[in-house]
Design a protein around this ligand. Structure first.
Ligand SMILES: Cc1cc2nc3c(=O)[nH]c(=O)nc-3n(C[C@H](O)[C@H](O)[C@H](O)COP(=O)(O)OP(=O)(O)OC[C@H]3O[C@@H](n4cnc5c(N)ncnc54)[C@H](O)[C@@H]3O)c2cc1C
Length: 467
C-alpha cells in the first residue's frame, strides 16, 4: 500500500502549488525538497529577491533624480548595501514562511532531502547528512525546476563571475558590470546595479535584445535603457574571461566572426538562460524519457513516459515562468483527481520588471506576419495619457494586435510604468476570446494609465479619442 496519494519532488511555484491543489482535492500529499528552505528558485534566488532589489534600487534612483522636480528637497541618497540586502532577505523569509504555513495548513508532509525516483511509486530521499529513506506514492510529480545555463570558457565562481544567484548578493556595487545575454534576467539585474552606480555593458549574441518579444517594443526598450546608461554590444559573443588580473578581461568577438576586442569589468554576469534540472533524479534508470533539449518529456496531461510519473514547470517544455509552473501544478493535480485540468498556453503573460516595465501576452507582430494572419494594429502612447502626463512618466506605449476580420485580440504588448499590472485585463479579455471592440467599450477609470489600453483598442478601429 502506498503511503501517499501523491509525492511532489521540488517545492518551487510548480511543486508547492500542485501539492496544495492536490490536498484540496482530498489527496494525501508529501513534498520532497533538497534546499533548506521551501519555495524553489522563484522565492529564494529568482522572482522575489530580484523584485525586492528592483524596488529598492528604483526608490534609490527616484530619491536621487525625481524628488527635486516634484518639489521634494532631500539630500543625495546614500546607499547602505547591507541594509538593502537585509530588505531583500526579509522579503524572501516572509514568502518562504508563507509556503511553510501553507504546507501545514493543507496537511502536506514536507520531507527534507534529495529525491531520487527508484521506480513508479517509489522515491529514495537522501538527507544532507547522508541518511536515506524510501517513500511510496500512487503518483509522483517531478517539479525540480531549472538551473543556470553555463557558458563554455566562462567559469562561474559567484564572486567575480556570477550567475543571477551571485548577482542578487554582491557585497559591493561593481564599477563596471559586464552582462552576457540581453534577456529578461540580464536586463532586470543590470537595471538594479546601474541604478546603484555600476557602468553596465550588455553583450548579446543576436542582433536584438529580448528575443521572442515584439520587435517594435524591444527596439523602444533598448533606446530607453541606453538613455538610462546601458551600453549594448549586439551580434557579439564572449569567448572567454581572463581572471588573472585585478579586473576581469572579457574577450568579445562579433557573432559572425572577425576581429575581437577586450572589455574590462569588475564583475561579469552570465545570463544566457536556464537549463532544466534533472540531476540526481534517477530518470534514466526509472525509464523517464527526456526530449532533445534535456527537458522531461510529457504529453498534454503532464504524463511522462512512465505510468504514474508526471512533470510540470521549468523542467518541461514551455516558457520558464513561475505563473506557468503554478498553472501547470493546479492542472496536473486536477487531472490526477479525475478532473479536466487545463492550461491556456496562448494566454501566458510575460513581464520585465524594469523601469519602465515591459509586458506582453499572445502573439507578436513578427509571429502574425510569419503565420500569414491578417491583423490590425492599434497603438497609444503614454505621452497622450493624462495620468502619465501629470506624473511625468510618459515613456512607452500600448500596442494591440487584433484579427483583421474578426477583431479578436491576438496579442497585447505594453512598455511603460506599471505595464506588469496593466497586462492582466488583456489576459482576461483574451481568455474569453474578446475583441478590441469589447475592450474599447469597457469603461476604464479616469485618470488611470489603463486608459491607454482602451485608447489602443479604439485605435484598432482608427477612432482613438485623445490622439
Ligand atoms: C533571477 C531570476 C528572476 C526571475 N524572475 C521571474 C519573474 O519575475 N517572474 C516569473 O514568472 N519567473 C521568474 N523567474 C523564473 C522562475 O523562478 C521559474 O520559472 C520558477 O521558479 C519555476 O518554478 P518550478 O516550480 O518549475 O521550479 P523551481 O522554482 O526551480 O523549483 C524547483 C525546486 O526543486 C528542488 N529540487 C530539484 N531537484 C530536487 C531533488 N532531486 N529532490 C528534491 N528537491 C529537488 C529545488 O531545490 C527547487 O527548490 C526568475 C528566475 C530567476 C533565476
Amino acid at each position: 500500500m502506498a503511503t501517499y496519494d501523491l509525492i511532489v519532488i521540488g517545492t518551487g511555484p510548480g511543486g508547492y502549488v500542485c501539492a496544495i491543489r492536490a490536498a484540496q482535492l482530498g489527496m494525501k500529499v508529501a513534498v520532497v525538497e533538497k534546499n533548506p528552505t521551501l519555495g524553489g528558485t522563484c522565492l529564494n534566488v529568482g522572482c522575489m529577491p530580484s523584485k525586492a532589489l528592483l524596488h529598492a534600487s528604483e526608490m534609490f534612483q527616484e530619491a536621487g533624480h525625481s524628488f527635486a522636480k516634484m518639489g521634494i528637497g532631500v539630500s543625495a541618497p546614500k546607499l547602505d548595501l547591507p541594509a538593502m540586502m537585509g530588505f531583500k532577505q526579509q522579503g524572501i523569509d516572509g514568502n518562504v514562511k508563507g509556503v511553510e504555513y501553507l504546507m501545514k495548513k493543507n496537511k502536506i508532509n514536507v520531507i527534507s532531502g534529495t529525491g531520487r525516483i527508484l521506480a513508479a511509486g517509489r522515491i529514495e530521499v537522501t538527507t544532507a547528512d547522508g541518511g536515506k529513506q524510501t517513500v511510496e506514492a500512487k503518483n509522483i510529480v517531478i517539479a525540480t525546476g531549472s538551473d543556470v545555463a553555463k557558458l563554455k570558457g566562462v567559469a562561474i565562481d559567484e564572486k567575480r563571475i556570477v550567475s543571477s544567484t551571485g548577482a542578487l548578493s554582491l557585497d559591493k556595487v561593481p564599477g563596471k558590470l559586464l552582462i552576457i545575454g540581453a534577456g529578461v534576467i540580464g536586463l532586470e539585474l543590470g537595471s538594479v546595479w546601474r541604478r546603484l552606480g555600476a557602468q553596465v555593458t550588455v553583450v548579446e549574441f543576436l542582433d536584438r535584445i529580448l528575443p521572442g518579444m515584439d520587435g517594435e517594443i524591444a527596439r523602444q526598450f533598448q533606446r530607453i535603457l541606453e538613455k538610462q546608461g546601458f551600453a549594448f554590444k549586439l551580434g557579439a559573443k564572449v569567448t572567454g574571461v581572463d581572471t588573472s588580473g585585478e579586473t576581469l578581461s572579457a574577450q568579445v568577438e562579433p557573432a559572425a566572426g572577425g576581429a575581437g576586442e577586450t572589455i574590462e569589468a569588475d564583475v561579469v554576469l552570465v545570463a544566457i538562460g536556464r537549463a532544466p534540472y534533472t540531476r540526481d533524479l534517477g530518470l534514466k534508470e526509472a525509464g523517464v524519457a527526456l526530449d532533445n533539449r534535456g527537458r522531461v518529456e510529457i504529453d498534454k496531461h503532464f504524463a511522462t513516459s512512465v505510468k504514474g510519473i508526471y512533470a510540470i514547470g521549468d523542467v518541461v517544455r514551455g516558457p520558464m515562468l513561475a505563473h506557468k509552473a503554478e498553472d501547470e501544478g493546479v492542472a496536473c493535480a486536477e487531472i490526477l483527481a479525475g478532473q479536466a485540468g487545463h492550461v491556456s498556453y496562448d494566454v501566458i503573460p510575460s513581464v520585465i520588471y524594469t523601469t519602465p516595465e515591459v509586458s506582453s501576452v499572445g502573439r507578436t507582430e513578427e509571429e502574425l506576419k510569419q503565420a500569414g494572419t491578417a491583423y490590425a494594429v492599434g497603438k497609444f502612447p503614454f505621452t497622450a495619457n493624462g495620468r502619465s502626463k501629470v506624473n511625468q512618466t510618459t515613456d512607452g506605449f500600448v500596442k494591440i494586435l487584433a484579427d483583421a476580420k474578426t477583431d479578436r485580440v491576438l496579442g497585447v504588448h505594453i512598455i511603460g510604468r506599471e505595464a506588469g499590472e496593466m497586462i492582466q485585463e488583456a489576459c482576461v479579455l483574451m481568455e474569453f476570446g474578446g475583441s478590441a471592440e469589447d475592450l474599447a467599450r469597457t469603461c476604464h477609470a479616469h485618470p488611470t494609465r489603463s486608459e491607454a489600453i482602451k485608447e489602443a483598442a479604439l485605435a484598432v478601429g482608427k477612432r482613438a479619442i485623445h490622439m
